[in-house]
Write a protein that binds this ligand. Structure first.
Ligand code: AMP
Ligand code: MN
Ligand code: MN
Ligand code: MN
Length: 272
């Protein structure tokens, strides 16, 4: 069997609905799929409804935390999607994202680019609004030929239309996740590229590390597998599947050991 512990849907910046994602996961022969939309858990229930027998859907979300002036992504595994504090906090994050998308559009307009917030909102639909939605709107308006170009020219961390997200402090985020029954894991440390900050996150309550990821080379995966063992973190892995044009991720790739999923699920069900 195969598992994938990191995937997005239309509830955030993925191209497939939660039901479509569950269907694709089943067709790829996955036995465990974590639905991890940015700052949102609304996709979990629909994915579960659509999942055939033999495919378990793990409730998840990908949160942002601020640490040492950097954004780190945190995967929250096994959270209760009905937890009131969690749902309230995610609501705040979603509202901040709307404000930020407006600020990004204002910056773009200031740079002489014709784009309106409505263009972006049409792309994002009902889900959480994220930079790829702005990128798609820029492509649709003919200002860029690909999402990647839109990120390189304007939206990336060093781009002229970059606006940082509001985010939680690590300990606040980890407490929120744990109080909702979940396990927090650092997403794609290989793109975060601040190994020195991982012990700081562990001190704040981090419990897992995404060892395997689309953007990790084999050498990098081995490096993080060793680091996870040394820091007593649960190893996790996933594709970070988005399904949007130009996104490299493929659902179910890279391969993730079943045992990692089993250990994660066991930790989720262990009262702390
Ligand atoms: P946000 O959460 O609004 O800051 O948006 C971050 C998301 O942008 C990430 O989760 C990726 O899905 C996406 N992203 C980052 N860089 C690129 C890129 N070069 N091309 C396409 N999507 C990207
Ligand atoms: Mn994304
Ligand atoms: Mn991420
Ligand atoms: Mn992701």
């Amino acid at each position: 069997m195969a598992i994938d512990l990191h995937a997005h849907t239309t509830v955030s910046d993925g191209a497939l609905t939660p039901a479509e994602l569950a269907g694709l996961a089943a067709s790829r022969g996955l036995s465990l799929l974590a639905v991890t939309d940015h700052d949102a858990v609304e996709g979990v229930r629909a994915a579960r409804r659509a999942a055939p027998t033999g495919l378990e859907i793990l409730a998840g979300a990908e949160l942002t935390v601020h640490v040492a002036d950097r954004e780190a992504h945190v995967l929250a595994y096994g959270i209760d999607p009905e937890n009131e504090d969690l749902v309230a906090a995610l609501g705040d994050l979603a509202r901040w994202r709307v404000e930020r998308a407006r600020a990004i559009v204002e910056k773009l307009v200031g740079l002489g680019i014709e784009i309106e917030f409505d263009d972006v909102q049409r792309v994002s639909g009902a889900g959480t609004i994220a930079r790829p939605h702005v990128a798609i709107a820029l492509v649709e308006r003919g200002h860029a030929s690909s999402l990647d170009e839109a990120f390189r020219r304007w939206l990336g961390r060093h781009g002229p239309a970059f606006v940082p997200k509001e985010a939680l402090a690590p300990r606040a985020a980890f407490d929120l996740v744990k109080d909702a029954g979940g396990v927090p894991a650092l997403a794609h440390p290989g793109t975060f590229r601040r190994d020195d900050l991982i012990p700081v996150l562990v001190e704040a309550g981090l419990e897992g590390l995404e060892v395997r990821h689309t953007e990790h080379s084999a050498a990098r995966s081995r490096h993080y597998e060793t680091l996870a063992r040394d820091l007593d973190l649960l190893p996790t892995g996933g594709s970070d599947f988005h399904g949007t044009p130009g996104h490299r991720s493929r659902l179910g790739r890279p391969a993730v050991p079943d045992a990692w999923g089993e250990a994660l699920v066991a930790r989720i069900h262990t009262p702390r």
